[in-house]
Each structure stands twice: as structure tokens, then as C-alpha cells.
Design a protein around this ligand. Sequence first.
Ligand SMILES: [Zn+2]
Ligand SMILES: [Zn+2]
Length: 176
Amino acid sequence: MQFDCISSSCVYNGPVMDDSQTLGLLAASGLRPTKSREAVLGALLASGKPLSHPELASRLETLDRVTIFRSLKTLRASGLLHSVRGLDGLLRFVVNPSRNSRCPGSHPHFLCLSCGTMTCLETQELPKIEVPVGAEVRGKQFLVYGQCASCAKAGAEARAPRNRGAKNKAKKGNEL
Ligand SMILES: [Zn+2]
Ligand SMILES: [Zn+2]
């Protein structure tokens, strides 16, 4: 597995993600298929979105948290996952992009501050960043945050009745 996230022209030579089964992905990256790796990878594939360790733990109640964390680290080291840190300090993990020869994680992410959902913005590439000579890059991330469409809509709907109520009250007030 080779990828170089420092270069903007990096090429990811890892497994191509399509509808392959969890076992196929583990085999392709040379990992022994343990129960926990299968479960963690399966849950992330099913989600299709980056999930934090606590989010995964609540979906995989039969596995203990330490085992899940170890599996995440192994899967990420193998190049199957990339991770992004949210404003809350929590890392979110996601299966690397499919149909995409770019290096994993070399795209911006969107974080909803209301529900915590993170989304990979895979079609956009991060710019090449020049770092001081001799500096060692360990990773890079670009996080756009705000409210996802459903939270923004829910917020607008929640505000609407109050606004109407306020208008009615004002009307009543004028009538008095
Ligand atoms: Zn949201
Ligand atoms: Zn991503």
C-alpha cells in the first residue's frame, strides 16, 4: 500500500472499494479477518459516513470499546479507513472512497454541529500545502461545519410555530 498525502498528485494503490464484502476487503489489505475487524468494517460500510468510536460502540454492543479502538487503528494503518477529527475532539472513521484513485482522506469533510454527522466531500480535492523545509507532515484535514440539511430544516420548522405564536400574541396585544 502506498500513498503520499503530502503531494497533490498522490496515487492510492489500495483496494478499490465497490460492493466487495468485508472479508474481501480485509483479505485484499492483508489483514487477518478477526470478528471485531469484520464487525467494525461492516458497521462503517453500512453507515457510509464517518463514525466516531462512541458511535461505533453503540452500534456494536457485543464488542468492548478497547477491542473496537484497536480494530479501528489496525484498519486505518492498513489503508482501509481514514479519520478526521471533529470540533468536539472526537475522531471519525470512514472507509476510504470507492471509485477514487486519490489518496484516502485527501478531501474536505462537512460536520453538522447539531447531530454530529460527518460527511466526506469526496469529489473535491484538498489543495497542495507547502510546509516548511524539514517539517514532517502527519496528516491534513479541512473541516467545513454548520448544520446538515435535515437539522437546518428541523430548526427552521421548530422556529416557525414560535414565530407564528409571537405574531398572534402581538395581534392580540394590539386588539386589547
Ligand atoms: Zn445534522
Ligand atoms: Zn472522508
